[in-house]
Design a protein around this ligand. Structure first.
Ligand code: KG4
Ligand code: ZN
Length: 357
């Protein structure tokens, strides 16, 4: 039996401090040996969003024992680790620097390779942590900071098919929640409230629904919700608005995913097509079930990471580290923290006023 690589992953790009140790079995299936996540939600709640300086301080306070716990819990000795992989971007630079510097220092002290990981690539590969996944596949990333359709052709090989031109979907959920008086991050709470509401009560806009290919836009929704919340008086009206918002999002994603399917098929002639959905919003059950049904209709295999791996975690960072380790793709110790690091480096920047679709 050959010795399988043991990889430590470290994540600190936003408000989760996380560390994980993974390996793989003889068949090459990843095995999570430990997965420690410490969320800072309680710290940022009072400010209605993530405060970068506070997040970085908290990472600094926690990183030693989080990594220590991941190593203790994995059942192996620290000297057995074959490589250290840290998120190097995209994210808040003050936060990224904490996990990145820690990972580099640990790699040097163990005399093992260091690997800088793109956080978005971690989300893209995350379903591999519990199922077999072959390239190429279509990937929808729906998180707090990103909303994109990508044609994933291989490790490090991405072609963006569509992106949000303004807010990310998670951001739209969180802003709607804030307008309804829910504490940050309100996305999961919107789902709970929506269950008690009438999804047909409010007619909300669907920006760029009929143009822009599979590009998306959510900023207009927030403006409409702001207007409606000014006249809301009862709890039931709040539930109705949450349900109407969620229904509108589901309709937008349905239409845009269908377009992404046809664009993906133009670029890949495949008998078996796979659609991967990841990022925090992939935990939303209404979105999950609509996309699963759409995949059944359109003959795609749908894949979602398990709920606990939809949001930010270090197992997905260790997984990218594992794949890169096997290809001997190591990084130098001067690898920078990259606040902006698109998966498709050739994709045109599509954000802000005056965007041409
Ligand atoms: O991937 P993630 O953990 O962090 C980023 O990389 O951004 O995503 C966090 C986002 C937040 O905006 C949160 O409100 C949203 O995912 N989210 C949800 C649900 N669970 C998390 N949005 C809608 N429904 C959910 N159940
Ligand atoms: Zn993320």
């Amino acid at each position: 039996m050959s010795k399988k690589p043991l990889i430590l992953g470290i994540e600190s790009s936003c408000d989760e401090t996380a560390a994980s140790v993974i390996t793989e079995n003889e068949q090459g299936t990843p095995i999570i040996l430990s997965n420690i996540i410490s969320s800072q939600v309680d710290i940022h709640k009072q400010f209605g969003g993530v405060v970068p300086e506070l997040a970085a301080r908290t990472h600094i306070e926690k990183i030693d024992w989080i990594v220590q716990k991941a190593i203790n819990d994995c059942g192996r000795k620290i000297q057995e680790i074959d490589a250290v992989a840290s998120t190097a971007g995209p994210g808040l630079i003050v936060c990224l620097s904490v996990g990145l510097s820690f990972g580099k220092a640990l790699a040097v002290s163990l005399n093992k390779p260091f690997i800088g990981v793109n956080h978005l690539e971690g989300h893209a590969l995350s379903p591999k942590l519990n199922s077999e996944l072959n390239y190429p596949y279509l990937f929808l990333l729906i998180s707090g900071g990103h909303t994109q359709f990508l044609n994933v052709q291989g490790l490090g090989k991405y072609k963006r098919l569509g992106t949000t031109i303004d807010d990310a979907l998670g951001e739209a959920f969180d802003k709607t929640a804030k307008l309804l008086g829910i504490e940050f991050p309100g996305g999961p709470q919107i789902e709970v409230m929506a269950k008690k509401g009438d999804p047909n009560k409010y007619d909300l806009p669907k920006p760029i629904f009929n143009k822009g290919g599979c590009n998306l836009s959510f900023a207009g929704l927030k403006t409409a919700i702001l207007r409606i919340t000014k006249n809301i008086k009862t709890e039931q009206e709040k539930f109705d608005l949450a349900a109407s918002f969620q229904k509108t999002v589901v309709e937008i994603l349905y239409k845009k995913t269908k377009i992404a399917f046809s664009e993906f098929e133009k670029q890949n002639k495949l008998k078996e097509k796979t659609f991967v959905v990841a990022g925090g919003v992939a935990a939303n059950k209404k979105i999950r079930s609509m996309l699963t049904n759409l995949c059944n209709e359109e003959n795609y295999q749908s894949m979602f990471p398990p709920l606990e791996l939809c949001g930010d975690n270090a197992a997905m960072i260790a997984l990218v580290g594992l794949e890169k380790f096997k290809l001997k793709q190591f990084d130098n110790l001067d690898h920078p923290a990259k606040p902006r690091w698109p998966l498709d480096k050739n994709a045109v920047f599509l954000k802000g006023a005056g965007v041409k679709l």
